[in-house]
Write a protein that binds this ligand. Structure first.
Ligand SMILES: [Fe+2]
Length: 463
C-alpha cells in the first residue's frame, strides 16, 4: 500500500466518520496535495466537484465509491430519531423524471417574466375534483368533498425587486430577495371568500372559526432569489399561507391540505413524490406516524447558488401532534452537493474545528474569527457550554457561529472528510428529520451542475 493510498483509506476508514445510508463515499482534496495522493484519488474518483457559493470557494470533493452505503432498517430509524440525514438514491428513474424536469425548467423561465407567476398558475387551478386525489391521511379539507375552487385572488408582482410588495405591511418580512407573490383563495360552492389577505383581523377570525368549509384567502406562492449575489441565478418558489415567520410551522391542517392540492395540480414533481407509495411507507416506518406532504418549495440552483447552513425545525415541535416531522428533498434534474448532519454532530465538529483554530491552525481564519477579544471569549465559552453552543447553532444563519460554519474550504472539507458530504443526483431523495431545535438535521447546499438544476423540497407534517 502506498503512503498516498494509506492516507486515502485512513480518511474513509476513520471510526468516527459518518456513513449516511444511501450516500456514496467522498473526500475533499486540494490541487496542491502530493502528486501521489492526487493520482491515487483521481484514479479512484467516480466523480469530482468544485464548490463555489456566492463567490466564496469551498474546495473540491471527489466521490470515490459508486456504491451507496447500506445499513439495517433499525439504524435508519435511529438516525431519524437523532435528526441525522438519510438518502434514498435512485428513488425515481430518469424516464420518470423527464417530464417534471422539463416542466420545471420551463416554469423557471416563465415565472420570472412580469405577470409570469399568475400566468403559470391560473390555467392549473380549478375545481379540485379535477386534480389528483389526496392519497392518504385523515382529516378535513378534501376539495372534492367541499366543492372548493382555487383562484388567484391578488397579485403582488413588481420589478425590480427593490419595489416588491409582497402583501400587507404586517405580512412582509422585508426580504429583499423576494421577487413576486400571488395569493390564492379557496372558494366554497357559494363563491364566497371570507377573509382578505390584507385584512389581518378578518383572517384571524376565519382561522379561529372551526367550520371546515370556511373559505380561505391567504394561501400564497412566492418567487424569490436565494441570494443577491450578481452571479447567482438561483430561484425558489415557495407555497405557504398566512403571515411569513409568524405563521411558519403553524398547525393548520386545513390550509396545509389546500397547499397539497394546489401543488398536486401545478407541480408534476410534487405529484411524483406524492405518489411514491414505497417512499411514503419508508417515511411512515421511520417516523411512526402518518404524514401529509405539503408546503413544497421548488429550488432552481445555478452556479454560485445554494443555501448556507440552517435547519428546518420549529421551536415547539418535538413530540407534538401536527408538527413537522421532517423535510424531504427530491433532486429532479442536475446535481447538488450537500453538507448534512444532526445539530449534535455539527456541535461536535464545530468544537473540533474551534480547538484546532485556538491551537493556531489556519492563522488567516484565526485572525478573521478570533482576533477580536470579545469574539474569542465567546468562542471559548461555546467550547465549555454545549447547551449554549447548540442554542447558537439553531439560530437563523447559525447566529454568531455563521461565519465559522460557512467560512470556506477549511470547515467544509473537515465536514466532508468526516462523512457529512453528499452528492445528490437526479432521482435521489434526501430526508432531513426534525424534532425541535435540539434534534434536527442541519444542512448546507451547493450547486454541483454547470446548468440550472431543479429540486423539490417537501414538508412532512404529522397528521
Ligand atoms: Fe432547508
Amino acid at each position: 500500500m502506498t503512503p498516498a493510498n494509506s492516507l486515502f483509506r485512513e480518511i474513509l476508514d476513520s471510526p468516527d466518520r459518518d456513513r449516511c445510508p444511501g450516500s456514496r463515499d467522498l473526500i475533499s482534496f486540494r490541487e496542491d496535495e502530493p502528486a501521489e495522493f492526487l493520482g491515487e484519488l483521481k484514479r479512484a474518483a467516480t466523480s469530482m466537484v468544485e464548490l463555489v457559493r456566492r463567490g466564496q470557494w469551498h474546495g473540491r470533493w471527489a466521490e470515490v465509491s459508486g456504491k451507496p452505503h447500506s445499513s439495517r432498517k433499525r439504524e435508519h430509524r435511529s438516525r431519524w430519531r437523532h435528526g441525522r440525514p438519510l438518502v434514498y438514491p435512485g428513488s425515481f428513474s430518469e424516464p420518470e423524471l423527464r417530464r417534471s424536469a422539463k416542466d420545471s425548467l420551463t416554469r423557471y423561465e416563465q415565472i420570472q417574466n412580469s405577470g409570469g407567476l399568475s400566468g403559470w398558475i391560473e390555467p392549473r387551478l380549478g375545481p379540485t375534483d379535477k386534480s389528483p386525489a389526496i392519497g392518504s391521511g385523515s382529516g378535513s379539507g378534501s376539495g372534492s368533498k367541499s366543492g372548493v375552487r382555487y383562484e388567484v385572488s391578488a397579485t403582488r408582482q413588481e420589478f425590480p425587486p427593490s419595489s416588491f410588495d409582497g402583501g400587507p405591511p404586517s405580512d412582509s418580512n422585508g426580504d429583499d430577495r423576494d421577487l413576486a407573490r400571488i395569493f390564492i383563495s379557496a372558494r366554497g360552492s357559494d363563491g364566497h371568500v371570507a377573509a382578505s389577505p390584507a385584512d389581518d383581523t378578518a383572517d384571524t377570525a376565519a382561522v379561529a372559526g372551526a367550520n371546515p368549509v370556511d373559505p380561505i384567502a391567504d394561501l400564497w406562492i412566492k418567487l424569490g432569489r436565494l441570494s443577491n449575489h450578481p452571479d447567482d441565478r438561483s430561484r425558489r418558489l415557495r407555497f405557504g399561507f398566512g403571515r411569513e415567520i409568524q405563521d411558519d410551522g403553524r398547525r393548520d391542517e386545513r390550509r396545509l391540505r389546500h397547499l397539497t392540492q394546489i401543488a398536486l395540480a401545478s407541480l408534476p414533481e410534487f405529484r411524483l413524490f406524492h405518489g411514491h407509495q414505497d417512499l411514503r411507507e419508508r417515511i411512515r416506518y421511520l417516523s411512526d406516524s402518518d404524514f401529509l406532504p405539503t408546503e413544497p418549495i421548488v429550488y432552481w440552483n445555478s452556479e454560485n447558488g445554494g443555501a448556507r447552513f440552517h435547519h428546518d425545525a420549529f421551536s415547539d415541535d418535538a413530540d407534538n401532534p401536527g408538527r413537522q416531522i421532517g423535510v424531504a428533498f427530491l433532486q429532479v434534474s442536475g446535481r447538488t452537493a450537500w453538507l448534512a448532519l444532526s445539530i449534535s454532530d455539527l456541535a461536535d465538529r464545530v468544537t473540533e474545528f474551534m480547538e484546532l483554530l485556538l491551537e493556531g491552525a489556519a492563522p488567516w481564519l484565526n485572525e478573521a474569527l478570533l482576533s477580536d477579544k470579545g469574539k474569542r471569549k465567546q468562542m471559548q465559552r461555546f467550547l465549555i457550554n454545549r447547551a449554549e453552543l447548540l442554542t447558537e447553532l439553531a439560530e437563523p444563519g447559525c447566529g454568531r457561529l455563521g461565519p465559522l460554519v460557512d467560512c470556506g474550504p477549511e470547515f467544509t472539507s473537515l465536514l466532508a472528510d468526516a462523512g457529512h458530504g453528499l452528492l445528490l443526483n437526479a432521482g435521489d431523495v434526501l430526508l432531513l428529520p426534525n424534532h425541535g431545535y435540539t434534534r434536527t438535521a442541519m444542512h448546507s447546499v451547493f450547486s454541483a451542475s454547470t446548468d440550472i438544476s431543479c429540486g423539490l423540497s417537501v414538508a412532512l407534517r404529522a397528521v
